[in-house]
Design a protein around this ligand. Structure first.
Ligand code: SF4
Ligand code: MG
Length: 323
């Protein structure tokens, strides 16, 4: 298969418990039927407003969370229901994550050297001497002076910490990296450096990325294909070009109308579409199409029937009754 990752109807619901007996009284449908695929070596962007479930999706994909249902086919094997022991033996090191706040994910009492070599020791990767070689290679790749190896996370800037987070992810030679808002906490000038670094590393290490972000401009820059999430579901999934230049789903159209487009001759600037209302609660999502309460194109059927997520043309998926 061309695909390193295939996600099929993935769901992650969190129970809502209440009362003295902590009975389950409902559930937060954070991820509620997500399907998409990822080819080896490409970058998939996942966009959506905060609260759409994209971070939960990322964490479920790498099995930080146990999926409620659905399939996660990674290199041909369904890892959705794999035991922790089996994951550790055969999958964990191949999928790594980069987080929005590297500081929170770096142990403040560990030196840079310990932070980068510990994953290798945990996974029994490399002999001790090779570990130092690997450490030096990682430092060079992310642009660190080897003299820094005995420093602690607080001695580094935000951008440097994110470089550490990236180097740590690379320490295990992963195939796939899930990056959850990796540059959102950084200054714009630093954002560009980190994105460029990620692009260079992708070539050097033949990496595949799933890049989760609310920032449509960053996603446009780095992605080959892009998925748009709303209330735990994929609304549209297409090549970057199709999605940004010719979005089909009304929600995507609204998102894209907020992105400044370079004016071409003969191309009219898009009119800004303002959505009415707020994002509904994922504990109580609307019936039918989950977007119908805010959709400018909604008709009667939209509140009654869930639209099918269809491949309208090669590699362009849309969930909407208009199509
Ligand atoms: Fe809008 Fe209906 Fe399409 Fe949902 S199915 S996006 S409500 S037109
Ligand atoms: Mg998030």
């Amino acid at each position: 298969s061309d695909y390193i990752l295939e996600v099929k109807d993935l769901k992650k619901h969190f129970p809502i418990k209440a009362g003295f007996l902590q009975k389950t009284v409902g559930s937060i449908k954070a991820v509620d039927g997500l399907s998409f695929n990822v080819k080896r070596g490409e970058t998939i962007g996942i966009v959506g407003e905060s609260g759409c479930g994209k971070s939960t999706a990322g964490r479920t994909l790498i099995r930080l969370y146990e999926p409620t249902s659905g399939e996660i086919i990674f290199k041909g094997r369904n890892i959705a229901k794999m035991s922790e022991g089996e994951l550790r033996r055969s999958v964990r090191k191949d999928i790594q994550m980069i987080f929005q706040d590297p500081y929170a994910s770096l142990n403040p009492r560990k030196t840079l050297k310990a932070i980068l070599t510990e994953p290798m020791i945990t996974h029994s990767l490399y002999r001790p001497r090779e570990r130092m070689e690997k450490l030096n290679e990682l430092l060079e790749k992310v642009g660190f002076n080897p003299l820094f190896i005995n420093r602690y996370p607080h001695e580094f800037s935000g951008g440097q910490r994110q470089r550490i987070g990236i180097a740590r992810a690379l320490a295990l030679n992963p195939d796939l990296i899930i990056a959850d808002e990796p540059v959102s906490a950084l200054d714009v000038s630093i954002q560009a450096q980190i994105i460029n670094l990620m692009e260079d590393l992708q070539e050097d290490f033949r990496l595949t990325y799933v890049f989760i972000s609310h920032d449509l401009s960053v996603v446009r820059h780095i992605s080959d294909r892009v998925g748009v999430m709303y209330l735990g579901k994929m609304m549209e999934f297409a090549s970057k070009k199709d999605l940004y230049e010719d979005p089909l789903h009304p929600y995507t159209q609204a998102l894209m109308s907020a992105v400044p487009v370079p004016k071409k001759k003969g191309v009219q600037a898009r009119e800004r579409i303002i959505l009415k209302g707020d994002l509904p609660s994922p504990a109580n999502p609307p019936q039918g199409c989950v977007f119908h309460t805010r959709c400018p194109a909604a008709t009667e059927i939209c509140s009654q029937m869930v639209p099918e997520y269809k491949e309208l043309k090669k590699d362009h998926f849309v969930a909407c009754h208009l199509y």
